[in-house]
Design a protein around this ligand. Structure first.
Ligand code: FAD
Ligand code: NAD
Length: 475
């Protein structure tokens, strides 16, 4: 194997492995180093997302949702089944199979685009040299014209609630539970708390979510957040806002949690506690002294808008740099950098990064929230279309939520699209495309949407922004 490459990528998650593939497609010689190890000690490319994040969580969300729908909706459809039950071991086996197929797929993709995959630890040395440590501890020095750092992120550990498996666990632990806890506590009503809280609630846990902030889902448009809170509460998630955890300790086979809110100090006893209080950039043992790469005060690798670090020829992408910690944001950064290195055009439009929360109803948005538009001072108009008025959503027995389009009053530019409802995560792609091409709400209004589809909700919300909706009453 060569010791010298055009590009070395350190980290093979959804930011690093696409960077390596695109570099290979650009006919550059490229190696991708990744140290992720599964619980059985085996190596796997794919990082957090494929091994312990996006993919396994969506597998369990799907299984648990099907179970909930079979119990609650089949009768409404006129379908009779015997007593509906579930087999958690089979759900976990299915999830593990999906993860394995996904991560093994990366090896095939690497082969097809000429990427050398190296499994072990990578450390950047000064002068674009990389020290690679293999599984057996042997070390080799590699050199590259360009190095892309894609070392990702890890869960935040709270001083008040240090991890102590199997009782106080992180999101990876929460994806691997072999039994359904009777009483489950979750610290943080963020994306992970809501998604994993939903999984275990549907499978029968009594779930209490403790959120330090006084408002719910502050990253989302508050009209969506209110709607989401209503549905999640109805599903039995006990979300306590303004509740800051001050201590959690394992006592026997339970966890005693203390938290403070406006009314004072409270105690909560649960069987297991998931800490989902955010993630932090991971740069452990990544940078030798003298590389010139700089970190900011929160530990993120400092980069410019094209993901260049302060060191010549060294780039950084994904969760280890500023911006939302999302797989698709990291992917676009990785691809951009690999194209820029090859002398091609590359750009990431951070204004059109979509967000999706895979709860029921699903939540998705792109662009500015109504609160952000309001505080910008720019006059705006809003169109809302409820899924209750969608024939397809009613036929699916999923007529919950709404689509909302916010457009500028002056030139009709779409400023934000927010959807809570069935398949919101799929529907948002249209809005991303529209905003990427600077579409106006009239452009959306004049685009033909097939009937009956859920996508008509976005069409009608755009029409509603001008009080011209056909299938709902304009207010
Ligand atoms: P990572 O995926 O963390 O990958 C970094 C890789 O680099 C790892 O394999 C790590 O072992 C390796 N590495 C680090 N340092 C070194 C080194 N020195 N040498 C060799 N290898 C190294 N995002 C979404 O967009 N959609 C979702 O639905 C979603 N769901 C999620 C669910 C959960 C439970 C979690 C925890 C996260 C979820 N995320 C989701 C976030 C998403 O997983 C991250 O944004 C994404 O994985 C970041 O990609 P990355 O490549 O930057 O880092
Ligand atoms: P988050 O930032 O979304 O939510 C963490 C929450 O914990 C916040 O609301 C915070 O106020 C709260 N919190 C922090 N300390 C607390 C304390 N002591 N007591 C009570 N509450 C406390 O973080 P997350 O849910 O851990 O997710 C991490 C990252 O992973 C996010 O950036 C997210 O983008 C990404 N992710 C994305 C998806 C998706 O795209 N569907 C899914 C899962 C994770």
């Amino acid at each position: 194997m060569a010791d010298s490459f055009d590009v070395i990528v350190i980290g093979g998650g959804p930011a690093g492995y696409p960077a390596a593939i695109r570099a290979g497609q650009n006919k550059l010689s490229v190696a991708c180093i990744d140290e992720w190890r599964n619980r059985d000690g085996s190596y796997a490319f794919g990082g957090t997302c494929l091994n312990a994040g996006c993919i396994p969580s969506k597998a369990l969300l799907e299984s648990s949702e099907l179970y909930a729908r079979a119990r609650e909706e089949f009768a409404v459809h006129g379908i009779r089944v015997g007593e509906v039950g579930f087999d958690l071991a089979q759900m976990q086996k299915r999830k593990a199979g999906i993860v394995k197929t996904s991560t093994q797929g990366i090896n095939a993709l690497f082969k097809a685009s000429g990427v050398t995959g190296l499994q072990g630890h990578g450390k950047l040395l000064p002068g674009r040299r990389v020290e690679f440590t293999g599984a057996d501890g042997s070390k080799r020095e590699l050199t590259a014209k360009h190095v892309i750092l894609a070392s990702g992120s890890v869960p935040v550990e709270l001083k008040a609630a240090p991890f102590k498996a199997p009782h106080i666990i992180d999101s990876w632990g929460a994806l691997d539970l072999e039994t359904v806890p009777k009483r489950l506590g979750v610290i943080g009503a963020g994306v992970i708390g809501l998604e994993l809280g939903s999984v275990w609630r549907r499978l029968g846990s009594e779930v209490t979510v403790l959120e330090a902030l006084p408002d719910f889902l502050t990253i989302a448009d508050q009209q969506l957040a209110k709607e989401a809170a209503r549905h999640l509460k109805k599903q039995g998630l006990d979300i306590r806002l303004g509740a800051k955890v001050s201590a959690a300790r394992v006592s026997g086979d339970a966890v005693e949690v203390s938290y403070e809110d406006a009314k004072g100090t409270h105690k909560l006893t649960v069987d297991q506690l998931i800490v989902a209080a955010g993630r932090r950039p991971f740069t452990g043992e990544l940078l030798a002294a003298g590389t010139g790469v700089e970190l900011d005060e929160r530990g993120f690798i400092k980069v410019d808008e094209h993901c260049r670090t302060a060191a010549q020829g060294v780039w950084a992408v994904g969760d280890c740099v500023r911006g939302p910690m999302l797989a698709h944001k990291g992917k676009e950064e990785g691809v951009m950098v690999a194209d820029l290195i090859a002398g091609r055009y590359g750009e990431v439009n951070y204004k059109t990064v979509p967000s999706v929360i895979y709860t029921v109803p699903e939540i998705a948005w792109v662009g500015l929230t109504e609160e952000q538009v309001k505080s910008s001072g720019r006059p705006y108009k809003v169109g809302v279309f409820p899924f209750l008025a969608s024939g397809r959503a009613r036929a699916m027995e999923q007529a919950q939520g709404f689509a909302k389009v916010i457009a500028a009053q002056d030139d009709d530019e779409i400023l934000g699209v927010h959807i809570i409802g069935p398949m919101a995560g799929e529907l948002i792609a249209e809005a991303v495309l529209a905003m990427e091409y600077s579409a106006s709400s009239e452009d959306l209004q004049r685009t033909i949407h097939a009937h009956p589809t859920l996508s008509e909700a976005v069409h009608e919300a755009a029409l509603a922004a001008d009080k011209r909706a056909i299938d709902s009453i304009n207010r």
